[in-house]
Design a protein around this ligand. Structure first.
Ligand code: GLA
Length: 692
């Protein structure tokens, strides 16, 4: 027997993965909170060896980093492949060697003509990245390759994520049962439907307490997750590209990186680890010191009706409200008057913009804002010059059904990537643009990993050629949010819903995986364009201020009081973004289901802000105290209500925060909690805390 371990992270987020091998592919004997340094791994390996009984083979097939069908593993195998002629292969691997240093463990196993490499990498952010590579001496057909397979704990639940257009990031919490829980994104995107995240919550784990482990598969082309409880009771979790995503025979295949975290501080530990990893490692910022600018996006203001006079007037209002970046959305190119035409023809529409975009950009610059532009490069409308010239550039069968009237370009073709590189580059060369909203608005007609590799390559070459340009990943809102796309981009458009009530919940749940700094959130129109709800400005503004703040509405609709509120929330956000966006979002276990609340804590622990959103009317008359989280128990904090003006007329009691500051210890604030004034539905209390 030979054992190895890899450690990452510190404190409550310190984790260890330990493996053993007795000659075959290594198997994980520990994944969870860090093991003591002195743990005897040989003893640990011995301790997990199982007994046998009736109804079993005479040796238990290992739940290894790649469970093997060739060894009669009873559950889902980690590798399914066939020879080039289609004959199934059932290789049996033996362990060959390990390479290791403090941050990397590479485990190599071999079988006839095949080599399987499992890489475990410890990142400074505390995350462990797991990747599998398969090399073959002769071309083979790959159906399924799992990233290094981990055993799941025997207690607790599975929390995974589902969603749909305008309602992203909904959490499912389900019990383990014998058999398989399968989540597969077969739409060519990581998707609204099955985002590639899972949390294995220990028994009773809450936001603030308990043990949890979590995985995030960093791939944008659609993935498959198998969470399986075997007949013998062992549990495994596998992640890989969607089944059959490798469509051509090949001699080398690799999975995307599977990011693993472990927390002894409840689900918030998972959130803290992923938030930090995405912000500080996965995303590569052109200028990390540059503050996240207040966005303005014109989509819900004018849709396709571009004209200089309107946009200039809106830009004036945006600048007056405090915007720092003005984004021209869909409608500026080809003859794009609606969504039936012109995707692929990335030249400025001379009818709408006779002098090009220069007059608008000059106006925007004069107002002190930078300029951003919308593209959807992977797509093409049948009614476009591009499609007429290159019908063979389309991905998938000729007779496929369109999606939003559009087809997909085959990004595995170098000539397609070259065309798109040049098309986008020409615009970036002609105009001073510091930001691209990169959209992707249809489900793909086929699942093909080559398409995803193609888009990564295109983005990488554009980034290289235009290093100062930031990119936002949008896919009808949150249809492509994963660490794969985020290693090429800097922001995600979480949802096409600018309804602040929907956003409040979505943002809160997405915070388990995404930091505030990359999560776009905009103040939408008074009457939401995706739900019809009419919401007060204060609520809309404060919900957006919880993340990367912006506006997306016709600002000419603002009444005096609304404008004043928006201006003041914007000013507050600008004054606080410096520490807020580098901090951590902790989700509060609210004792009132009508209240969604979170603490955003500065990285140095010196200050925080509490957002308590009242979604609906509470059952009880008076607010329940909100027990804060992430504070130092012994430290003292001074609390100040930022928006007392939002108190409803019926608030007539002596709540302390309404009339002044309060100074309490972290213990008191975490144990008993903060008592807020009564609140109307669709209002938010915002409380600043400072360590004294
Ligand atoms: C998608 C995006 C929107 C907007 C439109 C433009 O739906 O999610 O934000 O950019 O495309 O067509």
């Amino acid at each position: 027997m030979t054992e190895f371990r890899l450690d990452a992270g510190s404190g409550d987020l310190a984790q260890t993965i330990a493996v053993t091998t007795s000659g075959g592919i290594p198997e994980v004997i520990w994944w969870g909170p860090a093991l003591p340094e002195g743990e005897d791994l040989a003893e640990l390996a011995a301790s997990v060896r199982n007994d046998l009984t009736g109804g079993m083979l005479d040796r238990l097939p290992a739940l290894s980093l790649c469970p093997e069908a060739g060894r009669a593993f009873q559950g889902q195998a980690g590798l399914v492949l066939s020879a080039e002629d289609g004959a199934p292969m059932l290789p049996v691997f033996s362990f060959e060697r390990a390479e290791e240093d403090d941050t990397l463990l590479r485990l190599v196993s071999v079988a006839e003509g095949l080599r399987l490499t499992h890489e475990l990498r410890a990142y400074p952010t505390g995350v462990i990245g797991l990747r599998t590579v398969l090399d073959a001496k002769r071309p083979v057909r790959l159906h399924w390759l799992a990233a290094p397979v981990l055993p799941a704990p025997q207690d607790g639940d599975i929390i995974d994520v589902h969603g749909k257009w305008t309602r992203e990031f909904h959490l499912n919490r389900v019990a383990w049962t014998p058999g398989i829980r399968l989540r597969e994104a077969r739409t060519g995107r990581s998707g609204h439907e099955h985002p590639p995240y899972v949390i294995l919550a220990g028994r009773g784990a809450t936001n603030s307490a308990g043990e949890a482990r979590a995985l995030h598969y960093g791939w944008s082309g659609g993935h498959r997750m198998v969470a399986e409880e075997l007949p013998d009771g062992r549990r495994q979790v596998q992640f890989g590209h969607a089944w059959g995503a490798e469509t051509a025979p090949g001699m080398r295949f690799e999975t995307a990186e599977l990011l693993a975290v472990s927390s002894r501080a409840g689900l918030n530990g998972i959130g803290a680890a992923f938030q930090r990893d995405i912000r500080d490692r996965v995303v590569t910022w052109p200028d990390p010191a540059r503050a996240r600018p207040v966005h303005y996006n014109c989509w819900e203001a004018i849709y396709f009706n571009h004209n200089l006079a309107d946009l200039a007037a809106i830009a004036d209002r945006a600048a007056e409200m405090g915007a720092e970046r003005f984004v021209l959305d869909d409608g500026w190119f080809g003859r794009r008057d609606d969504d039936t035409t012109s995707l692929g023809d990335w030249t400025v529409d001379q009818r709408k913009w006779p002098d090009g975009l220069h007059p608008l950009i000059a106006h925007v610059h004069k107002l002190g804002m930078t300029f951003g532009l919308w593209f959807e490069p992977e797509m093409v409308n049948p009614d476009s010059d591009l499609m007429r010239a290159h019908p063979d550039w389309m991905l998938g069968p000729a007779d496929q059904v369109a999606g939003r009237n559009q087809m997909v370009l085959d990004l595995s073709k170098p000539e397609v990537r070259e065309y798109l590189f040049n098309a986008v580059s020409e615009i970036l060369a002609e105009y001073p643009i510091d930001y691209i909203k990169w959209d992707h608005n249809r489900l793909l007609p086929v699942v093909d990993a080559a398409q995803t590799r193609g888009i990564y390559e295109l983005l990488a070459s554009l980034r290289k050629a235009h290093p100062a340009v930031e990119i936002e990943s949008c896919a009808s809102g949150g249809g492509r949010i994963d660490a794969g796309i985020l290693s090429h981009t800097h922001r995600v458009w979480l949802s096409d819903s600018n309804d602040a009530l929907e956003r409040l919940r979505m943002q809160h749940d997405a915070a388990l995986f995404l930091p505030a700094a990359i999560t776009g959130s905009h103040v939408g129109p008074r009457k939401s364009h995706t739900s019809g709800r009419v919401l007060p400005m204060s609520f809309r503004a404060w919900v957006a201020a919880q993340r990367h703040f912006g506006f997306e509405m016709d600002l000419r609709e603002l009444k005096g009081e609304e404008a004043a509120t928006l201006k003041s929330v914007t000013a507050w956000w600008k004054a606080n973004r410096g520490w807020m966006l580098g901090g951590t979002i902790h989700r509060i276990d609210s004792d009132d289901p009508a209240v969604v609340a979170e603490v955003q804590m500065a990285a140095d622990g010196g200050r925080f802000v509490l957002f308590a959103g009242q979604g609906e009317t509470s059952v009880q008359i008076l607010p329940r105290p909100l027990r804060l989280i992430g504070l130092e128990p012994e430290a003292r904090y001074r609390l100040r209500l930022v928006n007392p003006e939002d108190a409803p007329r019926q608030s007539r009691g002596p709540n302390a925060l309404k009339s002044g500051e309060l100074t309490l210890t972290g213990r008191a604030l975490m144990q008993r909690g903060v008592l807020l004034p009564v609140a109307w539905p669709v209002t938010i209390w915002v409380v600043e805390g400072e360590r004294v």
